[in-house]
Write a protein that binds this ligand. Structure first.
Ligand code: C5P
Length: 401
């Protein structure tokens, strides 16, 4: 389940041109299952229509501090109490100045002062305004007050300049909020995830690989980071974006993946290895640094077996504390698959149902074997499956850490 599902998010919108993006932000948050209430500063309504916000949030939108009609629906103090989290996005330079001083002279600043919920600010303004000494002083003050900032980032600004001050990409705002609000059963855990296929080059343009998209491994990395783990993702070639809060190291071949993983386990104490990579079992015995012409291609390709990464990491004196390995099989082969993974050193096993279209697809179904327990992970998108898997694993390891 998405950690934002059921969360009560109070979105405050300030007087910045980036306010025009907020209907989409509301749509994204509601798509995660969050409950939304929206309040605007008086200038925000110049940049985004309150009616549009009401339509996408499905709730009345508050615009003024002392409106008899709005106060009758839910007074601003009740609104401040209702929230699990307050997201002020975008917040302008004057919005930051108000909060830094603890003023309560417009609707957003009054709500912030009246709320005990965690506060997240996503600033958006002209570069000179962001870099101004007064703004930076306000930012320092708010950080000292334990307020969390999402961005801003650098890029093209509505004023025509390019530089710092741009509202963080909306999807990043949502990802960062999710990271901040998710429960943290994996806090303090160092998790290493391997993901994707490997590419076993034969010459610069040809090689051996498989149909793994890397999506399940990336989803595991994201879900572990959401739940508080410090995550390193060692990834074979793919076009996926690194999840927020995850450190990614990109590799190509199985041998490279092994070398990088060995380097990691030997320098950092790894608590949990999630070995999701679809490592190529073989590599070409002979490789060429130059592209071979058609006439030069051998009729037969000789192969060498690749090292088994799970096996080698298990045998390392600094072995990860727990290892979870994955097998793509059919249901009938469940027992054999688990035995195979245990033989190579895995403490826990996940057997993927290949009939779910897992390999290369966006959905997956699997069974998790942890200690003497068996959990069915029903067919779902790969991120939800990763979250469910880590939830069960946390339950299983409880008391064994
Ligand atoms: O034996 P099989 O390839 O089915 O085992 C799959 C599991 O072993 C996965 O967890 C995969 O990441 C891991 N593996 C590995 N090194 C290999 C082959 C597979 O770590 N060379």
């Amino acid at each position: 389940m998405d950690p934002l599902a059921g969360k009560k998010i109070l979105l405050l919108i300030g007087g910045s041109i980036a306010a025009y993006k907020t209907p989409e932000l509301i749509r994204l948050l509601r798509g995660c299952g969050a409950e939304l209430r929206v309040a605007l500063s008086s200038h925000a309504a110049d940049f985004v229509a309150p009616l549009a916000l009401q339509a996408v949030s499905g709730q009345p939108v508050r615009q003024s501090l002392f409106s008899p009609v709005e106060e009758a629906a839910m007074d601003h103090i009740a609104l401040a109490r209702w929230a699990d989290a307050v997201l002020y996005a975008p917040i302008s330079a004057s919005g930051l100045a108000r909060l830094a001083q603890g003023l309560a002279d417009d609707l957003p600043s009054t709500i912030v002062l009246a709320s005990r919920a965690p506060l997240f600010l996503a600033p958006a303004m002209n570069t000179a305004m962001w870099e101004n000494t007064a703004t930076q002083r306000n930012v320092r003050q708010l950080r000292d007050d334990a307020v969390t900032f999402f961005g801003p980032e650098s890029g093209d600004l509505a004023c025509g300049e390019t530089g710092a001050g741009r509202l963080l990409e909306l999807i990043e705002v949502v990802d960062q909020l999710r990271l901040a609000l998710a429960p943290k059963p994996w806090a303090g855990w160092n998790v290493l995830v391997t993901a994707g296929p490997t590419w076993e080059a034969w010459d610069p343009v040809r090689g051996l690989s498989n149909r793994s998209s890397g999506r399940q491994g990336y989803a595991l990395a994201q879900a572990a980071a959401e739940r508080g783990a410090r995550v390193t993702l060692v990834s074979g070639p793919n076009a996926l974006t690194c999840p927020t809060g995850v450190e990614r190291i990109e590799v190509e071949s199985a041998q490279e993946m092994l070398a990088v993983c060995q380097g990691i386990v030997q320098t950092a104490r790894i608590d949990l290895l999630l070995a999701n990579a679809a490592v190529a079992d073989h590599r070409p015995a002979k490789t060429s640094a130059e592209k071979q012409s058609k006439g030069e291609l051998p009729e037969q390709l000789f192969l060498l077996a690749n090292p088994d990464i799970v096996h080698r990491l298990h045998d390392d004196p600094q072995r990860p504390r727990y290892i979870l390995a994955f097998a793509a099989e059919t249901h009938n082969d469940e027992e054999r698959a688990v035995a195979k993974l245990r033989a190579k050193g895995a403490d826990f096993a996940v057997v993927n149902d290949l009939r779910s279209g897992a390999m290369g697809g966006t959905e997956n179904a699997a069974v998790l074997f942890c200690a003497d327990r068996r959990w069915e992970l029903p067919r779902s998108n790969k991120l939800d499956l990763a979250r469910a898997l880590l939830h069960h694993l946390a339950t299983c390891l409880h008391g064994r850490n």
